[in-house]
Design a binder for this molecule. Structure first.
Ligand code: MLT
Ligand code: ZN
Length: 431
């Protein structure tokens, strides 16, 4: 697209520029796509036709850090890992962590309500985001950049923008509650013979590890095989276990000897009870990184393996692995089905790796996967959002009245539908 002269003058950074660009685009009915680190998995930041891309990357300043209350205020383009490094020097951490931390941006994280590895401990961005600055479609800068933990004055509008994937406004600044960095971390890589043992282990971990439990991730053996085959320099920490399931348990606390003793006692009990068949605790930082690399590398490994169909489901934990097994039966030799995810949050990543993208394969997967999830009262997007790829599937997880109200809110805030078109909601409801 040929960039308008006036639009060119505003290229740069700052909320005023975002405001001017949006106001101009709104007047001219030009569609825009806000872009953070472009690490999403459902096409939420991808232009579909000739939209203007608004990248937030140069808005990357840390505005303030209130050490007494652990409140960080920064611009939307700050990279998650950079924020974490900044906070580490202050003795704090970000309340979220994900595989894409090296390139994803906090504005994108908030706009997609990203989940990730620390969710089980610190909860969602709806809970941790204290304030936002958002630019609306008509260019109005909505200053909701509060830093209070408690504020019951009227509707808490920031929640509309958390997880709305840039369809209601563009997040330009964020203030976020950050937990203190606790110095004792332990990580165990465990093998379980069956899925029931993984479930029981989760319950026992919640009871037995309590306040120090900071991650409970699970991977089936097919996921591990993907990593071993497609990523370099990785070994299975439990090469002899030949287990069907693996679990990564992290504890984070403030007393090294107490935390370690607690984890060791928990593992001993779990082995005696037959929940864990084999296991190892990371002995140093290198081993810790290796264990995390296995878990965080699964997604990358499936992409390296070739065409992959990705689903991100919330399901009751006791049902969560059934869909993986059913899918394996449905697809037979047509594809490799791998299941992994954030078991502690009831979040399954179902990845189907094939040699081609084909209508034949899709017809075996969809709508089955959505109908099955809906039947079990799950969500068809636990943490990745709907973006472009799943916008038309929203009705599997939301009632028609709810979707209609969402469409009304969209039309109220963005009457010309310039913000991130074709994403989140079915286009048919907005015409
Ligand atoms: C993960 O937890 O590894 C990601 O959310 C899943 C993915 O990239 O598919
Ligand atoms: Zn995930």
């Amino acid at each position: 697209m040929k960039i308008d002269f006036q639009l060119q003058m505003w290229i740069g950074c700052g909320n005023i520029k975002v405001s001017k660009i949006l106001s101009y685009c709104n007047t001219k009915h030009l569609a825009v796509v806000p872009q953070g680190g472009n690490t999403g998995l459902v096409g939420g930041s991808v232009p579909v036709y000739d939209e203007v891309i608004i990248s937030l990357a140069s808005m990357d300043k840390i505005i303030s850090f209130d050490k007494v209350n652990g409140i960080l205020t920064c611009e939307a383009g700050c990279i998650l890992q950079n924020l974490n490094s900044f906070l580490a020097n202050e003795g704090f951490i970000m309340p979220l962590d994900l595989g894409a931390k090296g390139s994803c941006q906090i504005g994108g994280n908030v706009s997609t309500n990203a989940g990730g590895l620390r969710f089980i401990r610190y909860g969602s961005l709806h809970g941790n985001t204290l304030g936002l600055e958002v630019v609306l479609a008509n260019g109005t800068v909505l200053n909701m950049l509060g830093t209070l933990r408690k504020d019951n004055t009227g509707y808490d509008l920031k929640h509309l923008f958390i997880g709305s994937e840039g369809s209601l406004g563009i997040v330009t600044k964020v203030s976020i509650l950050t937990p203190a960095k606790l110095l004792s971390t332990n990580l165990a890589f465990l093998a379980c013979q069956d899925y029931l043992s993984c479930q029981k282990l989760l319950l026992e971990a919640k009871k037995g590890l309590g306040e120090i439990l900071s991650a409970f991730e699970f991977m089936d053996s097919h996921s591990i095989d993907m990593v071993l085959v497609h990523l370099e320099g990785i070994r299975n920490p439990l090469p002899l276990s030949l287990s069907k399931f693996y679990v990564l348990i992290e504890t984070t606390g403030s007393d090294e000897s107490h935390d370690k003793a607690k984890l060791e006692a928990f593992l001993l009990r779990s082995m005696e009870d037959g929940l864990v068949s084999d296991g190892v605790i990371a002995q140093d930082i290198n081993q810790e990184s290796m264990f995390w690399r296995i878990r965080e590398g699964i997604s990358e490994a499936t992409v390296k393996a070739g065409p992959v169909y990705k689903y991100d489901l919330s399901l009751p934990v006791e049902k969560l692995y059934d869909i993986v097994e059913e899918m394996r039966l449905r697809l037979g030799e047509m594809a490799k089905v791998v299941g992994y995810g954030h078991l502690g949050d009831g979040n399954l990543h179902l990845n189907i790796s094939a040699t081609e993208y084909s209508d034949n394969i899709i017809a075996k997967i969809e709508p089955f996967v959505y109908e099955w999830t809906s039947m079990h009262r799950g969500s068809i997007s636990a943490e990745h959002g709907l973006g472009l790829m799943k916008a038309n599937k929203i009705h599997y997880s939301k009632t028609s009245e709810t979707v209609q109200l969402m469409a009304s809110i969209k039309k109220l805030l963005d009457p010309n539908c310039i913000l991130n078109p074709y994403k989140v909601l079915p286009q048919s409801l907005l015409n």
